[in-house]
Design a protein around this ligand. Structure first.
Ligand SMILES: Cc1cc2nc3c(=O)[nH]c(=O)nc-3n(C[C@H](O)[C@H](O)[C@H](O)COP(=O)(O)OP(=O)(O)OC[C@H]3O[C@@H](n4cnc5c(N)ncnc54)[C@H](O)[C@@H]3O)c2cc1C
Length: 506
Protein backbone atom coordinates (compact mmCIF):
# COMPACT_ATOMS: atom_id res chain seq x y z
CA UNK A 1 0.00 0.00 0.00
CA UNK A 2 1.32 3.45 -0.88
CA UNK A 3 0.04 6.58 0.83
CA UNK A 4 1.40 10.02 0.03
CA UNK A 5 0.38 12.99 2.09
CA UNK A 6 3.02 15.45 0.92
CA UNK A 7 1.21 17.60 -1.64
CA UNK A 8 4.30 18.01 -3.84
CA UNK A 9 4.36 14.24 -4.26
CA UNK A 10 0.84 14.09 -5.71
CA UNK A 11 0.40 17.50 -7.34
CA UNK A 12 0.13 15.81 -10.73
CA UNK A 13 -3.05 13.99 -9.57
CA UNK A 14 -4.81 17.24 -8.78
CA UNK A 15 -5.57 17.89 -12.43
CA UNK A 16 -6.37 16.10 -15.71
CA UNK A 17 -6.14 16.93 -19.43
CA UNK A 18 -8.72 19.71 -18.95
CA UNK A 19 -6.18 21.60 -16.76
CA UNK A 20 -8.85 22.07 -14.09
CA UNK A 21 -7.06 21.97 -10.72
CA UNK A 22 -8.48 20.61 -7.45
CA UNK A 23 -7.20 19.82 -3.98
CA UNK A 24 -6.85 16.80 -1.73
CA UNK A 25 -5.32 15.78 1.59
CA UNK A 26 -3.60 12.59 0.43
CA UNK A 27 -3.08 10.07 -2.35
CA UNK A 28 -3.69 6.35 -1.83
CA UNK A 29 -2.31 3.82 -4.33
CA UNK A 30 -3.69 0.35 -3.55
CA UNK A 31 -1.59 -2.61 -4.64
CA UNK A 32 -4.42 -5.10 -4.31
CA UNK A 33 -8.22 -5.11 -4.46
CA UNK A 34 -8.27 -6.21 -0.81
CA UNK A 35 -6.32 -3.10 0.22
CA UNK A 36 -8.69 -0.95 -1.80
CA UNK A 37 -11.72 -2.56 -0.17
CA UNK A 38 -10.39 -2.00 3.34
CA UNK A 39 -9.57 1.60 2.56
CA UNK A 40 -13.03 2.33 1.11
CA UNK A 41 -14.61 0.75 4.20
CA UNK A 42 -12.65 3.09 6.45
CA UNK A 43 -13.43 6.17 4.35
CA UNK A 44 -17.13 5.32 4.36
CA UNK A 45 -17.30 4.86 8.10
CA UNK A 46 -15.40 8.12 8.66
CA UNK A 47 -17.30 9.87 5.84
CA UNK A 48 -14.10 10.82 4.04
CA UNK A 49 -14.53 11.91 0.43
CA UNK A 50 -12.67 9.76 -2.15
CA UNK A 51 -11.99 10.46 -5.82
CA UNK A 52 -10.86 7.74 -8.21
CA UNK A 53 -7.99 8.55 -10.51
CA UNK A 54 -7.33 6.63 -13.71
CA UNK A 55 -4.64 7.89 -16.05
CA UNK A 56 -5.77 11.53 -15.96
CA UNK A 57 -6.49 11.97 -19.68
CA UNK A 58 -10.09 13.00 -18.96
CA UNK A 59 -11.25 16.35 -20.33
CA UNK A 60 -13.93 17.27 -17.80
CA UNK A 61 -12.19 17.23 -14.40
CA UNK A 62 -13.76 13.85 -13.50
CA UNK A 63 -10.72 12.58 -11.59
CA UNK A 64 -9.92 15.99 -10.14
CA UNK A 65 -10.59 15.89 -6.38
CA UNK A 66 -12.42 18.59 -4.52
CA UNK A 67 -11.03 17.65 -1.11
CA UNK A 68 -10.61 14.27 0.60
CA UNK A 69 -8.36 11.48 -0.68
CA UNK A 70 -7.39 10.44 -4.20
CA UNK A 71 -7.38 6.71 -4.99
CA UNK A 72 -5.18 5.90 -7.97
CA UNK A 73 -5.74 2.63 -9.85
CA UNK A 74 -2.27 2.71 -11.43
CA UNK A 75 -0.99 -0.38 -9.59
CA UNK A 76 -4.15 -2.38 -10.30
CA UNK A 77 -3.01 -2.81 -13.88
CA UNK A 78 -2.68 -6.52 -14.52
CA UNK A 79 -3.97 -8.57 -17.40
CA UNK A 80 -5.86 -11.30 -15.56
CA UNK A 81 -6.70 -13.64 -18.44
CA UNK A 82 -7.10 -13.93 -22.19
CA UNK A 83 -9.65 -16.45 -23.40
CA UNK A 84 -8.65 -16.82 -27.06
CA UNK A 85 -11.48 -19.20 -27.93
CA UNK A 86 -14.24 -16.92 -26.73
CA UNK A 87 -12.22 -13.80 -27.50
CA UNK A 88 -12.58 -12.42 -23.98
CA UNK A 89 -10.04 -10.35 -22.09
CA UNK A 90 -10.13 -9.80 -18.32
CA UNK A 91 -8.06 -6.96 -16.89
CA UNK A 92 -7.67 -4.69 -13.91
CA UNK A 93 -8.81 -1.08 -14.38
CA UNK A 94 -5.41 0.63 -14.28
CA UNK A 95 -4.17 -1.10 -17.44
CA UNK A 96 -3.57 1.46 -20.19
CA UNK A 97 -5.18 1.10 -23.61
CA UNK A 98 -1.76 1.16 -25.27
CA UNK A 99 -0.60 -1.79 -23.10
CA UNK A 100 -3.80 -3.69 -23.77
CA UNK A 101 -3.57 -3.23 -27.53
CA UNK A 102 0.10 -4.33 -27.59
CA UNK A 103 -0.93 -7.56 -25.85
CA UNK A 104 -3.89 -8.13 -28.17
CA UNK A 105 -1.67 -7.72 -31.23
CA UNK A 106 0.37 -10.72 -30.08
CA UNK A 107 -2.78 -12.88 -30.17
CA UNK A 108 -4.22 -11.38 -33.38
CA UNK A 109 -7.16 -10.07 -31.36
CA UNK A 110 -8.89 -6.77 -31.89
CA UNK A 111 -10.65 -4.27 -29.61
CA UNK A 112 -13.17 -2.55 -31.80
CA UNK A 113 -13.73 0.79 -30.06
CA UNK A 114 -10.38 2.54 -30.66
CA UNK A 115 -10.48 5.68 -28.46
CA UNK A 116 -7.83 8.14 -29.68
CA UNK A 117 -6.06 8.61 -26.34
CA UNK A 118 -4.06 5.41 -25.83
CA UNK A 119 -2.64 6.55 -22.49
CA UNK A 120 -6.11 6.37 -20.92
CA UNK A 121 -6.81 3.50 -18.52
CA UNK A 122 -9.44 0.87 -19.26
CA UNK A 123 -11.14 1.79 -15.96
CA UNK A 124 -11.37 5.41 -17.14
CA UNK A 125 -12.81 4.22 -20.46
CA UNK A 126 -15.49 2.24 -18.63
CA UNK A 127 -16.29 5.15 -16.30
CA UNK A 128 -16.72 7.54 -19.24
CA UNK A 129 -18.06 5.00 -21.76
CA UNK A 130 -15.32 6.17 -24.13
CA UNK A 131 -15.75 5.97 -27.87
CA UNK A 132 -13.40 6.17 -30.81
CA UNK A 133 -12.96 6.39 -34.54
CA UNK A 134 -14.65 3.01 -35.11
CA UNK A 135 -17.66 3.85 -32.94
CA UNK A 136 -19.50 4.82 -36.11
CA UNK A 137 -19.78 1.15 -36.96
CA UNK A 138 -19.18 -0.61 -33.66
CA UNK A 139 -20.61 1.65 -30.96
CA UNK A 140 -18.94 2.82 -27.73
CA UNK A 141 -17.12 0.94 -24.94
CA UNK A 142 -20.44 -0.16 -23.38
CA UNK A 143 -21.11 -2.73 -26.10
CA UNK A 144 -17.90 -4.63 -25.33
CA UNK A 145 -18.17 -4.83 -21.54
CA UNK A 146 -19.24 -8.34 -20.64
CA UNK A 147 -18.49 -8.35 -16.92
CA UNK A 148 -17.54 -5.89 -14.19
CA UNK A 149 -16.38 -6.32 -10.61
CA UNK A 150 -17.10 -3.25 -8.55
CA UNK A 151 -16.42 -2.06 -5.02
CA UNK A 152 -19.36 0.03 -3.86
CA UNK A 153 -18.91 3.04 -1.55
CA UNK A 154 -20.07 0.91 1.42
CA UNK A 155 -17.17 -1.48 0.48
CA UNK A 156 -19.56 -4.25 -0.65
CA UNK A 157 -18.47 -6.13 -3.77
CA UNK A 158 -20.73 -6.38 -6.78
CA UNK A 159 -20.23 -8.69 -9.75
CA UNK A 160 -22.23 -7.89 -12.86
CA UNK A 161 -22.31 -10.22 -15.84
CA UNK A 162 -23.98 -8.93 -18.99
CA UNK A 163 -27.29 -10.69 -19.49
CA UNK A 164 -27.72 -11.71 -15.82
CA UNK A 165 -29.41 -8.75 -14.10
CA UNK A 166 -32.24 -6.95 -15.84
CA UNK A 167 -34.56 -4.28 -14.49
CA UNK A 168 -38.18 -5.30 -14.28
CA UNK A 169 -39.78 -2.30 -15.90
CA UNK A 170 -38.36 0.61 -13.94
CA UNK A 171 -37.22 -1.37 -10.89
CA UNK A 172 -33.72 -2.72 -10.65
CA UNK A 173 -32.76 -4.99 -7.75
CA UNK A 174 -29.15 -5.93 -7.14
CA UNK A 175 -27.41 -8.13 -4.63
CA UNK A 176 -23.78 -7.77 -3.55
CA UNK A 177 -21.52 -10.80 -3.16
CA UNK A 178 -22.29 -10.86 0.57
CA UNK A 179 -26.07 -10.71 -0.06
CA UNK A 180 -26.80 -7.05 0.68
CA UNK A 181 -29.63 -5.82 -1.54
CA UNK A 182 -29.97 -2.54 -3.41
CA UNK A 183 -33.30 -1.40 -4.84
CA UNK A 184 -33.19 1.19 -7.54
CA UNK A 185 -36.03 3.10 -9.15
CA UNK A 186 -35.27 4.15 -12.72
CA UNK A 187 -36.77 7.42 -13.94
CA UNK A 188 -38.80 7.53 -17.14
CA UNK A 189 -36.15 8.96 -19.40
CA UNK A 190 -35.92 9.28 -23.13
CA UNK A 191 -32.24 9.01 -23.96
CA UNK A 192 -31.26 11.01 -27.06
CA UNK A 193 -30.89 8.88 -30.18
CA UNK A 194 -27.28 9.96 -30.63
CA UNK A 195 -23.85 9.05 -29.29
CA UNK A 196 -24.26 10.13 -25.68
CA UNK A 197 -22.12 10.24 -22.51
CA UNK A 198 -23.99 12.64 -20.24
CA UNK A 199 -25.26 11.04 -17.04
CA UNK A 200 -26.51 7.55 -16.28
CA UNK A 201 -27.67 5.13 -18.95
CA UNK A 202 -31.32 4.54 -18.09
CA UNK A 203 -33.84 2.41 -19.93
CA UNK A 204 -36.81 0.38 -18.83
CA UNK A 205 -35.81 -3.32 -18.63
CA UNK A 206 -32.13 -2.40 -18.88
CA UNK A 207 -29.15 -4.58 -18.01
CA UNK A 208 -27.71 -3.47 -14.63
CA UNK A 209 -24.17 -3.46 -15.99
CA UNK A 210 -25.11 -0.51 -18.23
CA UNK A 211 -25.94 1.66 -15.23
CA UNK A 212 -22.32 1.50 -14.08
CA UNK A 213 -20.73 1.97 -17.51
CA UNK A 214 -20.47 5.71 -18.12
CA UNK A 215 -21.44 6.60 -14.53
CA UNK A 216 -18.17 8.52 -14.08
CA UNK A 217 -17.20 6.62 -10.96
CA UNK A 218 -20.11 8.02 -8.97
CA UNK A 219 -21.66 4.62 -8.13
CA UNK A 220 -18.68 2.35 -7.51
CA UNK A 221 -15.01 1.68 -8.19
CA UNK A 222 -14.44 -0.74 -11.05
CA UNK A 223 -11.83 -3.33 -10.05
CA UNK A 224 -12.07 -5.90 -12.84
CA UNK A 225 -13.32 -5.75 -16.42
CA UNK A 226 -14.04 -8.43 -19.00
CA UNK A 227 -14.13 -7.17 -22.57
CA UNK A 228 -15.43 -8.83 -25.72
CA UNK A 229 -12.83 -8.83 -28.48
CA UNK A 230 -12.99 -9.82 -32.12
CA UNK A 231 -10.62 -11.31 -34.69
CA UNK A 232 -8.32 -8.89 -36.42
CA UNK A 233 -10.00 -7.83 -39.68
CA UNK A 234 -8.45 -9.45 -42.74
CA UNK A 235 -7.85 -6.18 -44.59
CA UNK A 236 -8.61 -2.54 -44.05
CA UNK A 237 -8.82 0.16 -46.66
CA UNK A 238 -8.14 3.64 -45.30
CA UNK A 239 -8.16 6.95 -47.09
CA UNK A 240 -8.25 10.70 -46.77
CA UNK A 241 -10.45 12.35 -49.38
CA UNK A 242 -10.19 16.11 -49.91
CA UNK A 243 -13.07 18.35 -50.96
CA UNK A 244 -13.14 21.86 -52.42
CA UNK A 245 -16.83 22.31 -51.64
CA UNK A 246 -18.28 21.81 -48.17
CA UNK A 247 -21.80 20.99 -49.42
CA UNK A 248 -20.35 18.19 -51.51
CA UNK A 249 -18.40 16.91 -48.51
CA UNK A 250 -21.66 16.60 -46.57
CA UNK A 251 -23.29 14.91 -49.58
CA UNK A 252 -20.43 12.41 -49.57
CA UNK A 253 -20.80 11.72 -45.85
CA UNK A 254 -24.54 11.18 -46.25
CA UNK A 255 -23.98 8.61 -48.99
CA UNK A 256 -21.27 6.78 -47.03
CA UNK A 257 -23.57 6.63 -44.01
CA UNK A 258 -26.47 5.35 -46.10
CA UNK A 259 -24.30 2.60 -47.57
CA UNK A 260 -22.83 1.45 -44.29
CA UNK A 261 -24.12 -0.87 -41.61
CA UNK A 262 -23.62 1.52 -38.76
CA UNK A 263 -24.26 1.28 -35.02
CA UNK A 264 -27.90 2.10 -34.40
CA UNK A 265 -28.40 4.68 -31.63
CA UNK A 266 -32.19 4.35 -31.78
CA UNK A 267 -31.80 0.72 -30.65
CA UNK A 268 -28.38 1.06 -28.99
CA UNK A 269 -27.17 -2.03 -30.77
CA UNK A 270 -24.70 -3.04 -33.37
CA UNK A 271 -26.57 -4.80 -36.19
CA UNK A 272 -26.42 -8.37 -34.88
CA UNK A 273 -25.09 -9.57 -38.21
CA UNK A 274 -21.96 -7.53 -37.62
CA UNK A 275 -21.18 -9.25 -34.32
CA UNK A 276 -20.56 -12.37 -36.35
CA UNK A 277 -17.02 -12.14 -37.60
CA UNK A 278 -17.84 -13.95 -40.82
CA UNK A 279 -20.04 -11.13 -41.96
CA UNK A 280 -17.06 -8.79 -41.78
CA UNK A 281 -15.62 -10.63 -44.75
CA UNK A 282 -18.46 -9.61 -46.93
CA UNK A 283 -18.42 -5.96 -47.93
CA UNK A 284 -21.34 -6.55 -50.28
CA UNK A 285 -23.78 -7.15 -47.45
CA UNK A 286 -24.92 -3.57 -47.72
CA UNK A 287 -23.32 -2.57 -51.00
CA UNK A 288 -19.65 -2.00 -51.59
CA UNK A 289 -19.39 0.96 -49.24
CA UNK A 290 -19.46 -0.22 -45.64
CA UNK A 291 -17.35 2.19 -43.58
CA UNK A 292 -16.19 1.68 -40.01
CA UNK A 293 -14.67 5.17 -39.69
CA UNK A 294 -15.81 8.57 -41.00
CA UNK A 295 -13.83 11.45 -39.51
CA UNK A 296 -13.79 15.13 -40.46
CA UNK A 297 -11.18 17.91 -40.77
CA UNK A 298 -12.25 21.51 -41.45
CA UNK A 299 -10.50 24.14 -43.55
CA UNK A 300 -8.54 25.63 -40.61
CA UNK A 301 -7.38 22.19 -39.50
CA UNK A 302 -6.08 21.47 -42.99
CA UNK A 303 -4.27 24.83 -43.15
CA UNK A 304 -2.61 24.06 -39.82
CA UNK A 305 -1.67 20.54 -40.91
CA UNK A 306 -0.26 21.88 -44.18
CA UNK A 307 2.71 23.21 -42.19
CA UNK A 308 3.73 19.53 -41.85
CA UNK A 309 1.94 18.03 -44.88
CA UNK A 310 2.63 20.24 -47.91
CA UNK A 311 0.84 17.70 -50.14
CA UNK A 312 -2.58 18.80 -48.81
CA UNK A 313 -4.24 20.35 -51.88
CA UNK A 314 -4.42 24.17 -51.75
CA UNK A 315 -8.06 24.16 -52.79
CA UNK A 316 -9.19 21.78 -50.05
CA UNK A 317 -11.81 23.24 -47.68
CA UNK A 318 -12.37 20.01 -45.79
CA UNK A 319 -11.36 16.36 -45.70
CA UNK A 320 -12.74 12.99 -44.63
CA UNK A 321 -10.73 10.12 -43.20
CA UNK A 322 -12.53 6.86 -43.93
CA UNK A 323 -11.86 3.19 -43.22
CA UNK A 324 -13.50 -0.03 -44.34
CA UNK A 325 -12.79 -3.66 -43.52
CA UNK A 326 -12.89 -6.13 -46.42
CA UNK A 327 -11.69 -9.55 -47.52
CA UNK A 328 -9.09 -9.93 -50.26
CA UNK A 329 -11.49 -11.33 -52.85
CA UNK A 330 -13.45 -8.05 -52.80
CA UNK A 331 -10.46 -5.72 -52.89
CA UNK A 332 -11.06 -4.43 -56.41
CA UNK A 333 -14.78 -3.89 -55.80
CA UNK A 334 -14.12 -1.98 -52.61
CA UNK A 335 -11.39 0.19 -54.16
CA UNK A 336 -13.53 0.93 -57.18
CA UNK A 337 -16.58 1.67 -54.99
CA UNK A 338 -14.72 4.29 -52.98
CA UNK A 339 -12.99 5.73 -56.04
CA UNK A 340 -16.32 6.21 -57.82
CA UNK A 341 -17.99 7.74 -54.79
CA UNK A 342 -15.15 10.19 -54.14
CA UNK A 343 -15.08 11.15 -57.83
CA UNK A 344 -18.82 11.82 -57.75
CA UNK A 345 -18.47 14.32 -54.89
CA UNK A 346 -14.98 15.76 -55.19
CA UNK A 347 -12.98 17.47 -57.93
CA UNK A 348 -9.92 16.68 -55.83
CA UNK A 349 -10.38 12.92 -56.16
CA UNK A 350 -6.93 12.54 -57.71
CA UNK A 351 -5.42 13.87 -54.46
CA UNK A 352 -6.98 11.17 -52.26
CA UNK A 353 -4.49 9.41 -49.97
CA UNK A 354 -4.98 5.66 -49.70
CA UNK A 355 -3.72 3.16 -47.13
CA UNK A 356 -3.95 -0.62 -47.36
CA UNK A 357 -1.03 -1.85 -45.24
CA UNK A 358 -0.05 -1.17 -41.61
CA UNK A 359 2.71 1.28 -42.58
CA UNK A 360 0.30 3.38 -44.68
CA UNK A 361 -2.41 3.20 -42.03
CA UNK A 362 0.07 4.50 -39.48
CA UNK A 363 0.78 7.49 -41.71
CA UNK A 364 -2.93 8.36 -41.78
CA UNK A 365 -3.19 7.86 -38.03
CA UNK A 366 -0.18 10.12 -37.54
CA UNK A 367 -1.84 12.76 -39.72
CA UNK A 368 -4.97 12.59 -37.52
CA UNK A 369 -2.94 12.76 -34.30
CA UNK A 370 -0.74 15.63 -35.47
CA UNK A 371 -3.75 17.93 -35.42
CA UNK A 372 -4.48 17.96 -31.64
CA UNK A 373 -0.72 18.06 -31.02
CA UNK A 374 -0.37 21.19 -33.16
CA UNK A 375 -3.34 22.84 -31.48
CA UNK A 376 -1.77 21.98 -28.11
CA UNK A 377 1.46 23.65 -29.31
CA UNK A 378 -0.47 26.82 -30.14
CA UNK A 379 -1.98 26.83 -26.66
CA UNK A 380 1.37 26.34 -24.93
CA UNK A 381 3.39 28.71 -27.13
CA UNK A 382 0.86 31.53 -27.01
CA UNK A 383 -0.28 30.90 -23.44
CA UNK A 384 -3.88 30.66 -24.58
CA UNK A 385 -6.86 28.55 -23.56
CA UNK A 386 -8.82 26.01 -25.58
CA UNK A 387 -12.57 25.63 -25.33
CA UNK A 388 -13.66 22.36 -26.96
CA UNK A 389 -17.22 21.28 -27.71
CA UNK A 390 -18.36 17.64 -27.42
CA UNK A 391 -21.97 17.88 -28.60
CA UNK A 392 -23.67 15.42 -30.98
CA UNK A 393 -26.94 15.84 -32.82
CA UNK A 394 -29.20 13.52 -34.84
CA UNK A 395 -27.76 12.71 -38.27
CA UNK A 396 -30.40 14.61 -40.22
CA UNK A 397 -29.17 17.91 -38.73
CA UNK A 398 -25.44 17.41 -39.17
CA UNK A 399 -24.97 19.92 -41.99
CA UNK A 400 -27.33 22.46 -40.42
CA UNK A 401 -25.52 22.19 -37.09
CA UNK A 402 -22.09 22.52 -38.69
CA UNK A 403 -23.21 25.65 -40.51
CA UNK A 404 -24.62 27.02 -37.26
CA UNK A 405 -21.30 26.44 -35.48
CA UNK A 406 -19.21 28.03 -38.22
CA UNK A 407 -21.51 31.05 -38.53
CA UNK A 408 -21.38 31.71 -34.78
CA UNK A 409 -17.58 31.37 -34.80
CA UNK A 410 -17.37 33.81 -37.69
CA UNK A 411 -19.69 36.20 -35.86
CA UNK A 412 -17.40 36.24 -32.82
CA UNK A 413 -14.23 36.19 -34.94
CA UNK A 414 -12.73 33.38 -32.88
CA UNK A 415 -9.70 31.31 -33.94
CA UNK A 416 -10.88 27.73 -34.27
CA UNK A 417 -10.21 24.23 -35.58
CA UNK A 418 -13.10 21.80 -36.08
CA UNK A 419 -12.57 18.08 -36.42
CA UNK A 420 -14.07 14.84 -35.23
CA UNK A 421 -16.53 12.09 -35.63
CA UNK A 422 -18.78 13.30 -38.43
CA UNK A 423 -20.05 9.73 -38.92
CA UNK A 424 -21.72 10.09 -35.51
CA UNK A 425 -22.69 13.74 -36.17
CA UNK A 426 -20.27 14.62 -33.40
CA UNK A 427 -17.74 17.44 -33.91
CA UNK A 428 -15.15 18.93 -31.62
CA UNK A 429 -15.04 22.67 -32.29
CA UNK A 430 -11.77 23.72 -30.67
CA UNK A 431 -11.74 27.43 -29.98
CA UNK A 432 -8.52 29.24 -29.03
CA UNK A 433 -9.06 32.18 -26.70
CA UNK A 434 -6.64 34.55 -25.02
CA UNK A 435 -8.01 38.03 -24.30
CA UNK A 436 -10.79 38.64 -21.81
CA UNK A 437 -13.20 39.35 -24.66
CA UNK A 438 -12.26 36.15 -26.48
CA UNK A 439 -12.76 34.07 -23.35
CA UNK A 440 -16.17 35.64 -22.80
CA UNK A 441 -17.18 35.14 -26.43
CA UNK A 442 -15.74 31.61 -26.44
CA UNK A 443 -17.95 30.58 -23.54
CA UNK A 444 -20.98 32.33 -25.04
CA UNK A 445 -20.33 30.39 -28.24
CA UNK A 446 -20.07 27.16 -26.21
CA UNK A 447 -23.39 27.95 -24.53
CA UNK A 448 -25.02 28.53 -27.90
CA UNK A 449 -23.70 25.21 -29.26
CA UNK A 450 -25.13 23.42 -26.22
CA UNK A 451 -28.54 25.08 -26.59
CA UNK A 452 -28.70 24.34 -30.29
CA UNK A 453 -27.69 20.69 -29.76
CA UNK A 454 -30.40 20.27 -27.10
CA UNK A 455 -32.95 21.99 -29.34
CA UNK A 456 -32.14 19.54 -32.15
CA UNK A 457 -32.55 16.50 -29.87
CA UNK A 458 -28.83 15.93 -29.33
CA UNK A 459 -26.58 15.70 -26.30
CA UNK A 460 -24.31 18.07 -24.36
CA UNK A 461 -21.63 15.37 -24.24
CA UNK A 462 -21.12 12.59 -26.74
CA UNK A 463 -17.93 11.06 -25.35
CA UNK A 464 -16.01 13.06 -22.73
CA UNK A 465 -18.70 12.99 -20.06
CA UNK A 466 -19.77 15.66 -17.59
CA UNK A 467 -17.22 15.46 -14.78
CA UNK A 468 -17.16 18.68 -12.83
CA UNK A 469 -16.70 21.10 -15.69
CA UNK A 470 -19.89 20.39 -17.63
CA UNK A 471 -22.39 20.04 -14.79
CA UNK A 472 -24.10 23.26 -15.81
CA UNK A 473 -24.85 21.80 -19.25
CA UNK A 474 -25.97 18.48 -17.79
CA UNK A 475 -28.51 20.40 -15.70
CA UNK A 476 -29.63 22.21 -18.81
CA UNK A 477 -30.18 19.00 -20.76
CA UNK A 478 -32.35 17.20 -18.18
CA UNK A 479 -35.26 18.41 -16.07
CA UNK A 480 -34.78 18.93 -12.34
CA UNK A 481 -36.99 15.92 -11.72
CA UNK A 482 -34.76 13.62 -13.80
CA UNK A 483 -31.61 14.95 -12.14
CA UNK A 484 -33.14 14.37 -8.70
CA UNK A 485 -34.02 10.80 -9.69
CA UNK A 486 -30.48 10.20 -10.94
CA UNK A 487 -29.18 11.56 -7.62
CA UNK A 488 -31.51 9.15 -5.83
CA UNK A 489 -29.81 6.27 -7.69
CA UNK A 490 -26.45 7.46 -6.40
CA UNK A 491 -27.87 7.70 -2.90
CA UNK A 492 -28.86 4.02 -2.93
CA UNK A 493 -25.20 3.03 -3.41
CA UNK A 494 -23.53 6.00 -1.72
CA UNK A 495 -25.74 7.35 1.09
CA UNK A 496 -22.78 9.22 2.63
CA UNK A 497 -21.94 10.83 -0.73
CA UNK A 498 -18.24 10.01 -0.43
CA UNK A 499 -17.41 8.68 -3.91
CA UNK A 500 -16.43 10.96 -6.80
CA UNK A 501 -18.44 13.74 -5.22
CA UNK A 502 -18.94 16.62 -7.60
CA UNK A 503 -19.06 14.51 -10.77
CA UNK A 504 -22.40 14.97 -12.56
CA UNK A 505 -24.19 16.51 -9.55
CA UNK A 506 -23.74 19.82 -7.83
C1 LIG B 1 -5.67 13.92 -26.73
C2 LIG B 1 -6.89 13.28 -26.16
C3 LIG B 1 -7.71 12.51 -26.97
C4 LIG B 1 -8.87 11.91 -26.45
N1 LIG B 1 -9.62 11.14 -27.28
C5 LIG B 1 -10.73 10.54 -26.78
C6 LIG B 1 -11.53 9.70 -27.62
O1 LIG B 1 -11.21 9.44 -28.77
N2 LIG B 1 -12.66 9.18 -27.09
C7 LIG B 1 -13.02 9.41 -25.80
O2 LIG B 1 -14.06 8.90 -25.38
N3 LIG B 1 -12.29 10.19 -24.98
C8 LIG B 1 -11.15 10.75 -25.43
N4 LIG B 1 -10.38 11.52 -24.60
C9 LIG B 1 -10.77 11.68 -23.18
C10 LIG B 1 -10.18 10.62 -22.22
O3 LIG B 1 -9.09 9.94 -22.79
C11 LIG B 1 -11.27 9.62 -21.82
O4 LIG B 1 -12.29 10.28 -21.10
C12 LIG B 1 -10.75 8.44 -20.97
O5 LIG B 1 -11.76 7.48 -20.85
C13 LIG B 1 -10.27 8.84 -19.58
O6 LIG B 1 -9.53 7.75 -19.05
P1 LIG B 1 -8.45 7.99 -17.87
O7 LIG B 1 -7.92 6.68 -17.45
O8 LIG B 1 -7.46 8.99 -18.29
O9 LIG B 1 -9.42 8.53 -16.73
P2 LIG B 1 -9.29 9.77 -15.75
O10 LIG B 1 -9.15 11.03 -16.49
O11 LIG B 1 -8.26 9.47 -14.73
O12 LIG B 1 -10.73 9.68 -15.08
C14 LIG B 1 -11.89 9.84 -15.84
C15 LIG B 1 -13.10 9.45 -14.98
O13 LIG B 1 -13.11 8.04 -14.76
C16 LIG B 1 -13.19 7.75 -13.36
N5 LIG B 1 -12.50 6.48 -13.14
C17 LIG B 1 -11.27 6.13 -13.57
N6 LIG B 1 -11.00 4.86 -13.23
C18 LIG B 1 -12.09 4.39 -12.57
C19 LIG B 1 -12.43 3.14 -11.96
N7 LIG B 1 -11.58 2.12 -11.95
N8 LIG B 1 -13.64 3.03 -11.37
C20 LIG B 1 -14.53 4.06 -11.37
N9 LIG B 1 -14.26 5.26 -11.92
C21 LIG B 1 -13.05 5.41 -12.52
C22 LIG B 1 -12.54 8.97 -12.70
O14 LIG B 1 -12.93 9.10 -11.37
C23 LIG B 1 -13.05 10.07 -13.60
O15 LIG B 1 -14.35 10.44 -13.22
C24 LIG B 1 -9.21 12.12 -25.08
C25 LIG B 1 -8.39 12.89 -24.26
C26 LIG B 1 -7.23 13.46 -24.78
C27 LIG B 1 -6.36 14.26 -23.86
Amino acid sequence: MIIKSDKDAFEHYLTDASNFVGNADALFIPESVEELKEFVKRCNSEKIQITVSGAGTGLTGGRVPEGGIIISTEKLNKIISIDKGNQLLTVQPGLLLVEMEEELNIYGLFYRVNPTEKNASIGGNIATNASGSRTFKYGPTRDYVMKLKIILPDSEELELIRGNNFAVGNRLNLKSNSGKTYEIGLPELKMPFVKHAAGYFIKSGMDAIDLFIGSEGTLGIVTEITLQLASMPENVLGGIAFFDDCNKLFGFVKRVREGSRKYDYTQLIIPSLEMNNNSLKHPLISGIINARTIEFFDYNSLRLLKENYSQIPDRAVGAIWFEQEYSAEFENDVMEGWYNLISEFSDLNADTWIATNPKEHNLLKEFRHTLPEKVFEIIVNNKTLKIGTDTAIPDEYVEQYYKYITERLKFYGLQHYIWGHIGNSHFHANVIVKTEDEVKNGYTFYDECIDEAIRLGGTVSAEHGIGKLKRKYFYRMFTEDIIEKMKAIKKVFDPNNILNTGNLFE
